[in-house]
Design a protein around this ligand. Structure first.
Ligand code: ATP
Ligand code: MG
Length: 730
């Protein structure tokens, strides 16, 4: 245990003020790395140590399990790991789980209840849609759509009856019936879903005052980290817990709001005083995490968001310049990261655990896993299943293995992935094949007539396997072989229609990318194998296993999972168009701003070194086009990073301005021309990527345009002359 009072002296005056303030609600608004989480942890220690508040009377809430663990660890360092010192530090969901475990009976829950997982949720919805006789053809991706709608209803506190009453069209009506059956099933089987944890706690607190009072009485102080990502429901819970208690501390950074798609509302932190008129606000303005180079670039970047309040945050610590690195393929991106990690470990004495590799979408981890495996570079994947262990990838590999290796396990797997073929049929097949001493593959292909007698639904798969085998023997490129198998079998279209979110599709497309890359660089001599599908499967099978015994590992994780965390060296990868920001932002300015905040979160995880990488030129199935530097790369201030680019690649016009400028390091005074055209004149009509069309009404100081936008809600705005966001129309 460390000397706590000495620790307090290390805080700056704003932080200290926040720690000792105990006169009512307190809001701390501050940028990344300014010590918000540190203030929370120090405050917990202060309440226990200096104000003698029993630790179990303190509740600290955050958003991810990893962040909660991090906070617990930090508190333990200060207060020591005495079992009796036990503040309740948890995520919202686990706090609610605890409440319901204790008091769920009050609202009819039986204890212990189970939490239904997503796979079962989907099966249930699928079955319900069928049972109710709803014609799926009427609704694209009916199962997902129904689930999403149910989630929305739930988060708006609407039960099935209410949903039914307020439905405006056939689809809503149909789905509200699904909702009703779904709820009934959960209730009968004593299940709750993930959303229910919070909703039922809310229900419990609003219907039973005594229980609410009990929980509110239990805590003297409630502290909430990452408050910018709170939704209405969570805020209601906080308010209900606070009714009797004076202590409430919330901390957040509006620029890091990245969960609006789950209902987070940044207004909750911005308008905090509306709910708590006597609340005190403290601003922290010094960053302790990152070097000046990292901070300047991140701050300049987030300033591209229009919908934000500017805040200043500074640091005295200088370090090395941020590196932006261009590569031509996904594989070379992973190779570059692996090489850089090794180099830094050798030259600068870093350890594996000093590195984060971040990406926007889970599917992007694939090449890193592959290359790190090959390089014997230990890594751990946070919050995700290893690429090759994901269900769609296992299914896809099973199709390849079935036609290449004819093994029973793979054939059984694809049979299970085929509609209308149930366990009864599969068992009959296995029996028949065993009795006649042949593999299921042989039964299905050579003796297809006999198989068809077991079930006529097997005819299609017999045909698929025979054709697939022929193509395999012709040594068709491995990505084309898979494409054939997955389209012919209908698997791919099923993934597209049934997937709960886009992740399955992204993973599948990432796998196609991997196969195509394998095909492009395939050298039969190297593998001592003429057939490339066999060579690929062989490589897959030999891929090294998880080295779970090694604690010192590089961490691969999504930006969302990295919120609140930090590390010495950070790579933000996949900054290519359609990947980060994702295609879902097209035509959606608010979504684009949220992606920009995600990028800001990614960059500000770095303490000492930051690398931003992007792929330029390689075709990707994820985006269905060639990857290019994303708009985020183009928005970076070229004075604030160093570009490493393959020399052979010519710069294209679209971003040559940005890059060539980094050579003469003089953005401020130079009369830079617009990337797309010459200087605009007053009266020119332009198109802005976010605000749409507008007219140049004035040129300010030779470096800014004043533009009146057609859309009145944007009005007149000042746009830098060199903004890549504008294009001349007339
Ligand atoms: P984020 O917005 O990313 O969640 P944060 O504001 O919560 O960041 P912290 O994680 O609390 O920031 O702090 C960032 C880093 O700065 C941590 O390593 C922390 O220990 C360190 N730090 C914070 N305050 C001080 C201080 N007064 N003196 C020295 N180091 C500090
Ligand atoms: Mg934090």
């Amino acid at each position: 245990m460390i000397d706590f009072n000495q620790e307090l002296e290390h805080l700056n005056s704003h932080q200290l003020a926040a720690v000792v303030y105990n006169d009512g609600p307190l809001r701390i608004i501050a940028g990344a790395g300014s010590g918000k989480t540190r203030v929370i942890t120090m405050k917990i220690a202060y309440l226990v140590n200096n104000l003698n508040i029993p630790s179990w009377r303190i509740l600290a809430l955050t958003f991810t399990n990893k962040a909660a663990k991090e906070m617990r660890d930090r508190v333990e360092v200060i207060l020591g790991n005495d079992q009796r010192i036990n503040p309740f530090i948890a995520t919202f969901h686990s706090f609610c789980y605890r409440v319901l475990r204790e008091d769920g009976e009050v609202i009819g829950l039986k204890n212990p209840f189970s939490i239904i997982d997503t796979a079962d949720q989907r099966t249930l919805i699928r079955r319900t849609i069928k049972d109710l006789g709803i014609d799926q053809k009427n609704y694209p991706r009916a199962e997902n759509a129904a689930l999403e709608m149910i989630e929305t209803w739930k988060t708006n506190f609407m039960d099935a009856a209410e949903a039914q009453k307020t439905s405006v069209d056939e689809q809503e009506k149909d789905f509200s019936l699904v909702y009703q059956v779904y709820e009934k099933y959960l209730q009968e089987n004593n299940y709750v879903d993930f959303n229910d944890l919070q909703l039922k706690t809310y229900q419990l607190f609003t219907t039973d005052e005594q229980t609410r009072q009990k929980w509110a009485d239990r805590f003297d102080h409630v502290l909430v980290d990452e408050f910018q990502d709170t939704n209405e429901l969570q805020f209601s819970l906080i308010k209900m817990l606070r009714k009797t208690n004076p202590g409430l501390t919330v901390v957040g950074d509006p620029d890091q709001t990245i969960y609006t798609w789950r209902g987070a509302r940044v207004e909750i932190i911005l308008d905090f005083e509306k709910n708590f008129p006597k609340a005190k606000t403290i601003i922290l303005d010094r960053n302790y995490r990152s070097t000046k180079q990292i901070l300047d670039l991140a701050n300049d970047f987030i300033d591209n968001n229009f919908n934000r309040e500017k805040k200043d945050i500074y640091t005295d610590v200088t370090g090395v310049t941020v590196t932006v690195h261009e590569v031509t393929t996904q594989n070379s991106e992973a190779e570059y990261v692996a090489k850089t990690i090794k180099k830094l470990m050798k030259e600068k004495q870093y350890e594996y655990s000093d590195f984060f590799v971040l990406y926007r979408m889970n599917a992007w981890s694939r090449e890193f896993e592959h290359v790190f495996d090959n390089n014997h570079l230990p890594y751990q994947l946070i919050g995700g299943i290893k690429f090759r262990d994901r269900k769609v990838i296992k299914d896809a590999v099973a199709y390849l293995k079935a036609v290449a290796l004819n093994d029973n396990i793979s054939v059984e797997r694809i049979l299970r992935a085929t509609p209308k073929i149930g366990e009864v049929t599969i068992n009959k097949l296995i029996n028949y094949a065993t009795v006649n001493d042949m593999s299921i593959f042989t039964l299905l292909t050579v003796h297809d007539q006999e198989a068809a007698q077991i079930s006529k639904h097997l005819i299609g798969i017999s045909d698929l396997l025979s054709k697939g085998q022929a193509k395999f023997q012709e040594n068709l490129p491995v990505d084309e072989l898979l494409r054939f198998l997955l389209t012919q079998s209908g698997y791919e279209s099923r993934v597209k229609t049934l997937a709960k979110n886009d992740e399955d599709i992204e993973n599948l497309n990432a796998f196609y990318d991997q196969l195509k890359h394998f095909h492009d660089q395939f050298d039969p001599q190297f593998y001592n194998e003429a057939n490339q599908t066999l060579a690929f499967l062989q490589e897959e099978a030999l891929g090294s296993d998880d080295e779970s015994g090694v604690a010192n590992k590089v961490t691969l994780l999504t930006i969302h999972a990295a919120k609140g965390l930090e590390n010495k060296v950070v790579f933000v990868t996949g900054n290519s168009s359609g990947i980060f920001p994702s295609n879902r932002t097209i035509g959606n300015p608010a979504a684009l701003e949220e992606e920009r905040r995600a990028m800001y979160v990614g960059m500000t995880r770095a303490k000492e070194r930051l690398y931003l990488t992007y792929v330029n030129g390689e075709y990707s199935y994820i985006t269905n086009r060639s990857l290019e530097p994303s708009r985020f790369i183009k928005e970076l201030n070229p004075d604030l990073y160093e570009l490493e680019q393959p020399l052979s690649l010519p710069l294209t016009n679209a971003y040559s301005r940005t890059f060539s400028q980094s050579d003469n390091k003089s953005r401020t005074n130079s009369q830079v021309e617009n990337s797309n055209s010459d200087l605009l004149k007053v009266g020119d009509v332009i198109e802005h990527v976010m605000f749409g069309q507008g007219v140049v009404v004035k040129i300010v100081n030779n470096n800014q345009y004043q533009i009146a936008f057609n859309n009145p809600s944007y009005g007149i705005k000042i746009i830098p002359i060199n903004s890549v966001a504008i294009k001349k129309v007339v």
